[in-house]
Design a protein around this ligand. Structure first.
Ligand code: UDP
Length: 330
C-alpha cells in the first residue's frame, strides 16, 4: 500500500482527500497542527500526528516510521482578507514554512508532492475561462504566497528532481455524501456555508457583495467545484506523478460559472427556505468572473468534475449543515 503524508489533512479539502485516498487503497497519514483543522474530521483508523510542518524531527520520524512515498500538502492559511491585513503571516506560514517542509521531504527521500494552490494566483483574469498559461498577477498576499511556492517547486524540480503538481482550486464547495465531513471555518467567509447558515437562522440575512458587476445579473460569477471532485483530482495527480508525467500547475474547476444570485436561488430551492437577502457594497478584491479553463487537467490527468453541478454541491453541503449546525464536535 502506498503511504501518503497529508499535511493539513484535518482541514476542509484535506479531510475529504484523506477519506478518498483511503477508499482508493492508499494509506493516508495525517499531519495537522489543528490550528484551523478538526481532529474529528479524520477517521480514527487513519494515523494522525499533531504538529507543525516545520518540525523536522517529527516530519522525518513520520516519513521513516510510516514508509511515506509521497506528500500532499494542504496545510496553509487561506483567508484572503486576513492576508491583506497580515501579509507577513502569510509569507511565513505559507511560503517560508512550505519551503522548509519540502526540504525535509527531499532530505528524507520523498520527491513527489501534490500542492494545493489557488485561482487567486491569477489575480484579475485577463481572459475567461482562465488558462494555466495566463499571466499570474495575484492581487492579495494569499495568492502571492501560494504562487511563490509554485515557483519554488519549479526550481526544486530543476535542482533536485522534485516531482510536483500544483492544483489551482477555484471555489471549493459541497460536502461528503453522508454529511459526515464538511466545511467548518472560523470565521466563515464563504458564500455557500453562509447562505445555508442563514437558512438555519444562525444569521439574519445573506449579503450579496456587489450588484453592479459586469455580469448578466450584476453579481459575481465563480466556478464552484465539489470537494469530492477536488479530492479525486489529488489522487489523479499522485497517479500521474507516479507515471512520470508533467510537473506543473493545473486548474481544478468545472469550466462553468454561477452568479451569487444563482447560488442563493439554488439554495432556496434545495432547502425550501426563503432566506432574507441584503444587497451590500462590493467586497474589496473580487473580480467579476472567475472560471477555469479545464482542458489541461482533463487531458493530462484524465480528470473531470463529476459531482459539481450546483444542485449536488448545495444538497451535500445542506446535509452537512443540517447534521452539524455548529460544525465539528459542537
Ligand atoms: N459573497 C457574497 N456574500 C457573502 C460571501 C461571498 O456575495 O456573504 C460573494 C463574493 O463576493 C464572491 C462569491 O460570493 O463573489 C464567492 O465568494 P467566496 O468567499 O465564497 O469565495 P472566493 O471567491 O472569495 O474564494
Amino acid at each position: 500500500m502506498k503511504k501518503i503524508l497529508v499535511s493539513g489533512g484535518a482541514g476542509y479539502i484535506g479531510s475529504h482527500t484523506v477519506q478518498a485516498l483511503a477508499e482508493a487503497g492508499y494509506g493516508p497519514v495525517v499531519l495537522d497542527s489543528l490550528i484551523t483543522g478538526h481532529r474529528e474530521a479524520v477517521g480514527k483508523d487513519i494515523p494522525f500526528y499533531q504538529g507543525d510542518i516545520t518540525d523536522e524531527g517529527l516530519v522525518s520520524e513520520i516519513i521513516k516510521k510510516e514508509s511515506i512515498s509521497a506528500g500532499i500538502h494542504f496545510a496553509a492559511r487561506s483567508l484572503v482578507g486576513e492576508s491583506v491585513q497580515k501579509p507577513d503571516l502569510y509569507f511565513e506560514e505559507n511560503t517560508a514554512k512550505t519551503n522548509r517542509f519540502v526540504n525535509t521531504l527531499l532530505q528524507c527521500g520523498v520527491n513527489k508532492i501534490v500542492f494545493s494552490s489557488t485561482a487567486a494566483a491569477y489575480g484579475n483574469p485577463k481572459e475567461v475561462p482562465i488558462p494555466e498559461e495566463s499571466k499570474t498577477e495575484p492581487i492579495n498576499p494569499y495568492g502571492a504566497s501560494k504562487l511563490m511556492i509554485e515557483q519554488s517547486l519549479y526550481w526544486l524540480e530543476q535542482a533536485y528532481g522534485l516531482k510536483w503538481m500544483a492544483l489551482r482550486y477555484f471555489n471549493a464547495a459541497g460536502a461528503a455524501w453522508d454529511g459526515s465531513l464538511g466545511e467548518d471555518h472560523t470565521p466563515e467567509t464563504h458564500l455557500i456555508p453562509l447562505v445555508l447558515k442563514t437558512a438555519l437562522e444562525q444569521r439574519e440575512a445573506i449579503s450579496i457583495f456587489g450588484t453592479d458587476y459586469d455580469t448578466p445579473d450584476g453579481t459575481c460569477i465563480r466556478d464552484y467545484i465539489h470537494v469530492l471532485d477536488l479530492a479525486e483530482a489529488h489522487i489523479r495527480a499522485l497517479e500521474t506523478l507516479e507515471q512520470g508525467v508533467a510537473c506543473g500547475a493545473y486548474n481544478v474547476g468545472t469550466g462553468t460559472g454561477y452568479s451569487v444570485r444563482e447560488v442563493i436561488a439554488m439554495a432556496k430551492g434545495v432547502t425550501g427556505i426563503d432566506m432574507p437577502i441584503l444587497e451590500a457594497p462590493r467586497r474589496e478584491g473580487d473580480p467579476d468572473i472567475l472560471v477555469a479553463k479545464v482542458e489541461k487537467i482533463q487531458r493530462v490527468l484524465s480528470w473531470q468534475a463529476r459531482y459539481s453541478d450546483l444542485e449536488t454541491i448545495i444538497k451535500t453541503a445542506w446535509r452537512w449543515h443540517q447534521k452539524h449546525p455548529h460544525g465539528y464536535g459542537k
